[in-house]
Write a protein that binds this ligand. Structure first.
Ligand code: ATP
Ligand code: MG
Length: 176
């Protein structure tokens, strides 16, 4: 039996399971803190300062918490990998805040080598990787999960060295 692209990514995003998007609310700060705790030992081992900054008001995301944890984990793993050969101070920051229109914004930011603007869109396509052991699936899984939540992911220019992945969740919650 042939698998669709979507089914394939669902299996790759292990632990996500079948998600109902119906009014599942969770605190983004908690999800970011959990993901940080999960990778803190690895970060410490590799001399990465892994910090969080939770903005006031970013209190609820209407989404499947386990799926969004998977997204954040993929982004955090990428950030830690990007810093592996980085000389000097290594920093990753996990942030949450509200945008002026009420959307919730989450960011995973590192001070690694960054990503040239012309490469940013294609990274979300499957099997695009610059790593010797990378499958190139992490960001494609993220994009797929976020699409299901009607959320977006971009790599904005924030005027600092490194890479920032910005997730924007609509508010009010989607009706389906
Ligand atoms: N924080 C980052 N800094 C610099 N480059 C990044 C960062 N995150 C992702 N990339 C680039 O995007 C590519 C695709 O990332 P993606 O997570 O999809 O795949 P991967 O990490 O290579 O492999 P996999 O996630 O399947 O193990 C990476 O190979 C890397 O070149
Ligand atoms: Mg990856």
């Amino acid at each position: 039996m042939q698998m669709t692209r979507r089914q394939f990514f669902r299996i790759c995003a292990a632990g996500v399971g079948s998600s109902s998007l119906a009014a599942l609310g969770f605190a983004p700060g908690e999800a970011l803190a959990e993901v940080r705790a999960f990778k803190l030992a690895r970060a410490t081992e590799t001399r990465v300062d892994l910090s969080t900054a939770f903005g006031a008001g970013a209190d609820i995301i209407w989404a499947d918490a386990s799926a969004i944890r998977q997204v954040l984990l993929n982004l955090l793993i990428n950030a830690l990998q990007a810093l592996e050969n980085h000389e000097g101070e290594r920093r990753v920051e996990l942030r949450s805040r509200n945008s002026p229109n009420g959307s919730v914004i989450l960011e995973v930011s590192d001070n690694g080598p960054g990503i040239p603007p012309e490469q940013r869109t294609r990274l979300f396509h499957p099997f695009v990787s610059t790593k010797t052991k990378g499958m190139g699936l992490g960001l494609a899984v993220c994009a797929d999960i976020l699409h299901e939540h009607r959320a977006t992911i971009i790599v904005p220019d924030i005027g600092r060295p490194g890479a920032t992945f910005r997730l924007t969740f609509p508010c009010p919650p989607p009706s389906s």
